[in-house]
Design a protein around this ligand. Structure first.
Ligand SMILES: Cc1cc2nc3c(=O)[nH]c(=O)nc-3n(C[C@H](O)[C@H](O)[C@H](O)COP(=O)(O)O)c2cc1C
Length: 252
């Protein structure tokens, strides 16, 4: 693969927020997982495990647990003034269902890859490497799971499939449904399937605004007072994807 092909694949991978119910060959799911396992990990600790869920009943239960998570996210996000809320939450309480729908397009996806993480395996890396001394956070684990995620999503894109990173806030309901033991945790739900809309090229801030050569260019530095302008910009970039999930955008 040359750079142009690689670049094309990287740009083809998009977060898909509404799926067709059409089934995906089992072999594709296996191949996505197979490739994702080659992601880098701290100390080669490989703290991940995967569950493949296709049964509509189980998918339904997982979706229901997610909707309860959503409720918490919605009310926490209400702390922001509407203009600056995450695009999926920029609706008043009387339109809360619309916000939920913007995050629910994955309920039709024919397969879920449930990625589990085992926090014990973080200690397979150098003790304290990249962990946050103040909070003792599990950052080696988080960074490692991020590497896994991108590899997994790229593999899906290479097969012409859409995928989404669905965050969860709580564990109990998912643990009850999927029966994974402590101390494993659900890291992310990745619905996989065919996109129900046309995903355009990814939207990013300008290259020049993010790159410095030799020394930091202070003319590109974001002052505190520029923060709301920045937030406005990224909200505009993110909005079409969520609108596509409720059929309000044909291209996102
Ligand atoms: C750590 C992380 C968490 C994310 N959580 C969600 C999520 O819960 N739901 C969702 O639809 N997208 C989620 N995303 C996807 C981002 O919104 C998306 O990557 C971003 O808007 C850029 O769009 P693109 O992936 O299409 O290029 C998440 C991405 C990351 C890296």
């Amino acid at each position: 693969m040359n750079y142009d092909e690689f670049f094309e694949l990287v740009r083809r991978r998009r977060t898909i927020r509404k799926f067709k119910p059409d089934p995906v060959p089992d072999e594709y799911i296996t191949n996505i997982i197979k490739a994702s396992r080659y992601a880098m990990s701290g100390g080669n600790s490989q703290p991940w495990e995967f569950m493949v869920v296709k049964d509509p009943k189980t998918r339904g239960k997982i979706f229901k647990a997610f909707v309860e998570d959503f409720d918490m996210m919605y009310y926490l996000e209400l702390q922001r003034t509407p203009q600056y809320r995450h695009p999926a939450f920029n609706v008043p309480p009387e339109e809360k269902d619309k916000a939920r729908d913007m995050l629910s397009g994955w309920k039709d996806a024919p397969a879920l890859i449930i990625v589990l993480e085992d926090p014990r395996k973080m200690f397979g890396s150098v003790l304290c490497a990249r962990s946050d001394f103040d909070t003792c956070s599990l950052s080696v684990l988080g960074v490692t799971m991020g590497h896994l995620g991108m590899t997994l999503h790229l593999a899906a894109a290479s097969l012409g499939l859409g995928s989404q990173h669905v965050d969860v806030l709580t564990q109990d309901a998912y643990r009850r449904i999927l029966k994974y033991p402590e101390p494993l945790r659900l890291s992310v739900i990745v619905p996989v399937g065919y996109s129900a809309y046309k995903a355009g090229p990814p939207r990013r801030l300008p290259f020049k605004s993010q790159v410095h050569y030799e020394e930091y260019d202070m003319s590109k530095y974001m002052c505190n007072e520029d923060f709301l302008e920045y937030l406005d910009k990224i909200r505009a970039l993110g909005r079409p994807g969520y609108r596509a999930a409720i059929g309000e955008a044909k291209i996102a």
